[in-house]
Write a protein that binds this ligand. Structure first.
Ligand SMILES: Nc1ncnc2c1ncn2[C@@H]1O[C@H](COP(=O)(O)OP(=O)(O)OP(=O)(O)O)[C@@H](O)[C@H]1O
Length: 569
């Protein structure tokens, strides 16, 4: 039963004061036992515009409902039977209070898409007066779930991400370390090609087979990891530092070993040679020859370096071109490098003994004249700023002469070379040098070791033997002889280094000399060459021709031979 109320406010206030109106909450279940009836305010949804009174209620109620579309409805009323009360007042259970991040309570509907209902039930007359329950912010399950999913994802991903970052960091450090370790090699490799300090133009090969920077293979660029140069330390306190010679400036030479990539071993100096190895290397895209001495041969390396860098100030067509020297320390081993021009045809010995083709007269005279030319330069003192002292080679042989691709030759291996100054200050070891090419006075040890001229005469003896080796391979009347090393017909192991005793017996005691083939008599050039040889290997040093005379004789022979087309000066 409803009674209309004209003045809502004051009436409600006074009633409210006179009655106890405890919210029923979840304890409402005891009230039906009392069966006491209350008067309650009643008004209808949606806005409770008109309030009336109802009585006979076992509990009063007021409610606020927020629909799924967000619209709110309010109402008050009487609940007059127990079943209804249980149903109505239970509506509080449909939402759940949770605290958000800031500690503010929210009523949370447990199922998305359902209306949010808050019903307050109370027992007492007009106890449902007053303000309506407040619906807290609505947080639906979806939001909660997405929050949960987000947190779960974070909980899973965070450790994975953390471990990933640590592993990545460690990997980065390891790779960075490795790269740093490799970088010196890489930059070394680069320097091999682009170092502007060094001038590849110094290597002016006439060789058409010289390898250019565009034709060598990638594997050839594997720079040999030479150790740090110790050349400076070595040179400090020595006389080599002025470096007025033909090679690179000394400062530049100190980085040479790092700039050269060794490509192939050309041979090792056996048979009483220097004992190290000769390699073809690549330097600034050009082939170079690298002679690597063992540390026990340091004196020979130092002497050869000194000769090239100080005593042979200018380049000469018939002296092996010098690039530089370096001393490196690798795995606590000292390596001594001497870098020179590379001549792909190899030594005169290689050329004469391995080439299937005999020599023409033109080639024979080209070879012999160029050797004479080189030796003349070596033997002669030259005055002036680019001057040089007179020198003796002391180890002339066909293996120490290299063949250029233009058919001429260069003299190499100056480790035993001497000047008059040197002879005055140092005592030379006469056992050094190739025994096969030793002159009788060296074999007998009767040579005047303090006089340069006597060693020049010994060089001429060796030159005589070289002329013989070359001329044997010259074709005459369609016939050329096989290569033979001097004195091989009298030595048990013809190609092995003979002993000093063997050579002494042959050359000094038996007075043997290489035999001149008969057929040379029928060839003016070769017979002239035969005569020249005899004058070179004469037993008496003083009777031997000086090198200038040898050169002039060769020029005459060349000029007289129509098969020879050499520019003769
Ligand atoms: N500048 C060079 N260019 C090309 N090949 C070279 C050069 N220097 C040396 N060779 C080659 O390397 C080989 C070995 O050189 P090495 O100086 O050891 O000669 P060797 O005559 O066998 O020994 P040794 O002179 O010590 O008796 C030579 O036979 C020659 O073929």
């Amino acid at each position: 039963q409803k009674t209309a109320l004209m003045d809502d406010g004051p009436l409600l206030d006074s009633r409210e004061a006179s009655e106890s109106h405890e919210p029923v909450g979840i304890n409402f279940g005891i009230n039906p036992i009392n069966q006491r009836r209350f008067k309650c305010l009643t008004c209808d949804e949606p806005d409770c515009a008109q309030t009336e009174i109802c009585d006979d209620a076992i509990t009063c109620m007021k409610s606020k409902i927020r629909d799924t579309d967000g619209k709110e409805r309010i109402s008050r009323g009487c609940v007059d039977d127990v079943d209804k009360m249980q149903f109505t007042c239970n509506k509080q259970q449909s939402s759940k209070e949770v605290k958000n991040d800031n500690g503010i309570k929210k009523h949370v509907s447990r199922s998305a898409g359902r209306a949010h209902i808050f019903v307050v039930c109370c027992q007492g007359d007009f106890c449902n007066n007053g303000s309506f329950p407040i619906l807290e912010d609505y947080v639906d399950d979806g939001e909660l779930e997405s929050d949960y999913v987000f947190k779960l994802t974070l909980a899973i991903l965070a450790p994975i991400l953390g471990v990933g970052i640590i592993v990545g960091g460690v990997l980065f450090c390891v790779i960075a370390r490795k790269t740093r370790r490799k970088r010196p090699l890489a930059s070394r490799h680069k320097r091999l090609i682009i170092d502007p300090e060094l001038e590849p133009s110094m290597l002016h090969f006439s060789s058409p087979s010289s390898v250019s920077s565009t034709t060598y293979h990638a594997h050839e660029l594997q720079a040999t990891a030479a150790g740090d140069s110790t050349l400076k330390e070595y040179l400090d306190g020595r006389s080599l530092t002025s470096g007025s010679g033909s090679g690179l400036p000394l400062l530049v030479q100190r980085t040479l070993a790092k700039q050269v990539a060794l490509v192939e071993c050309l041979g090792s100096g056996g048979n009483g040679g220097f004992g190290g190895e000769v390699w073809r290397g690549i330097w600034h895209g050009e082939n170079v020859a690298v002679k690597i001495y063992f540390s026990r041969d340091e004196a020979a390396w130092a002497r050869e370096t000194e000769v090239y860098s100080q005593l042979l100030p200018s380049r000469h067509d018939n002296i092996l071109g010098y690039v530089g020297s370096d001393m490196t320390s690798r795995a606590s081993c000292t390596q001594l490098w001497l870098v020179t021009h590379y001549h792909p045809l190899g030594s005169l010995y290689d050329h004469l003994s391995h080439s299937p083709h005999p020599l023409t007269h033109h080639q024979t005279l080209n070879i012999t004249l160029s050797i004479a030319n080189g030796l003349l330069y070596l033997h002669t003192e030259i005055h002036g700023t680019r001057g040089k002292p007179a020198m003796s080679h002391r180890n002339l042989k066909s293996k120490n002469i290299l063949v250029k691709t233009n058919g001429g030759c260069v003299i190499a291996d100056f480790a035993l070379a001497v000047t008059q100054d040197r002879l005055t200050t140092d005592r030379v070891d006469l056992k050094q040098g190739s025994k096969r090419y030793m002159s009788p006075e060296v074999l007998e040890q009767t040579i005047n070791v303090e006089c340069l001229e006597s060693f020049r005469c010994a060089d001429i003896y060796s030159l005589g033997l070289i002329l013989w080796e070359v001329c044997r391979r010259c074709i005459s009347n369609g016939v050329a002889l096989e290569y033979a090393a001097p004195y091989s017909e009298w030595l048990s192991y013809s190609n092995q280094e003979p002993s000093i005793e063997e050579m002494h017996k042959l050359v000094c005691l038996d007075q043997r000399r290489p035999p001149l083939p008969n057929r040379w008599h029928y060839d003016a050039t070769l017979s002239g060459m035969g005569k020249l040889m005899r004058e070179c290997w004469h037993n008496k040093p003083a009777a031997r021709l000086p090198i200038l005379r040898v050169k002039k004789t060769l020029i005459k022979l060349a000029a007289a031979d129509s098969r020879v087309h050499l520019p003769l000066d």
